[in-house]
Write a protein that binds this ligand. Structure first.
Ligand code: AMP
Length: 191
């Protein structure tokens, strides 16, 4: 089992690289952002709550997102491996994930940190907003999301470094060149 946390700021290319990893290694994908957008589209109760946080560029409360994750993880417990995209975003979320996986004698194997400079992130997110029309890809919300990333999410770099799982990836350049770096790292983890 190969469990990967794909990590990086909003706009760092987590979704794009996840798709390539899934194709190459036959893993399952859990994107908490995608899950929440489906709930919003279907106008569920959870979607209504999630929308209030997402539109402000804030994180959902840990308890809520940990519950959601636990349910999806249960559905995918027989997967060959999972790529976690957009989760964890806080230390308590990372600790909860570790507990859930440890229960089944599993753990996160690799954390891939896509490093991209702030100016490039902003440009990418604005461009994505124009193309995909995501409600949170506008200037004001982008800034809150980046602030939240710096204050609440970056402590995970130290967390996974201490666990010996952190790998820095240069997240700029062509999609293929970024994927090549990832493949080199993952090749050491697939038997
Ligand atoms: P993403 O598509 O991963 O950028 O997520 C979009 C938005 O969904 C985030 O800005 C948060 O409001 C919410 N969200 C997604 N994943 C999480 C998470 N792990 N913890 C808290 N909020 C999340």
């Amino acid at each position: 089992m190969l469990n990967i946390v794909i990590f990086g700021a909003p706009g760092s290319g987590k979704g794009t690289q996840s798709e390539l990893i899934i194709k190459e290694f036959g893993l399952e994908h859990i994107s908490t952002g995608d899950l929440l957008r489906v709930e919003i589209k279907n106008k569920t109760e959870l979607g209504k709550i999630a929308g209030q946080y997402i539109d402000k560029g804030q994180l959902l409360p840990d308890d809520l997102i940990i519950d959601i994750l636990a349910n999806v993880l249960e559905e995918k417990k027989n997967a060959k491996g999972i790529i976690f995209d957009g989760y964890p975003r806080t230390i308590p979320q990372a600790e909860a994930l570790k507990k859930m996986l440890n229960k089944h004698n599993k753990d996160v194997n690799v954390m891939l940190n896509l490093e991209v400079e702030e100016e490039e992130l902003i440009n990418r997110l604005i461009a994505r907003g124009l193309i995909q029309g995501r409600s949170d890809d506008n200037r004001e919300t982008i800034q809150s999301r980046l602030d939240v990333y710096h204050s609440q999410t970056t402590p995970l770099v130290e967390y996974y470094t201490k666990e010996g799982k952190h790998h820095a990836i240069k997240g700029t350049g062509s999609i293929e060149s970024i994927f090549e770096q990832i493949k080199t790292i993952l090749a050491k983890h697939v038997g």
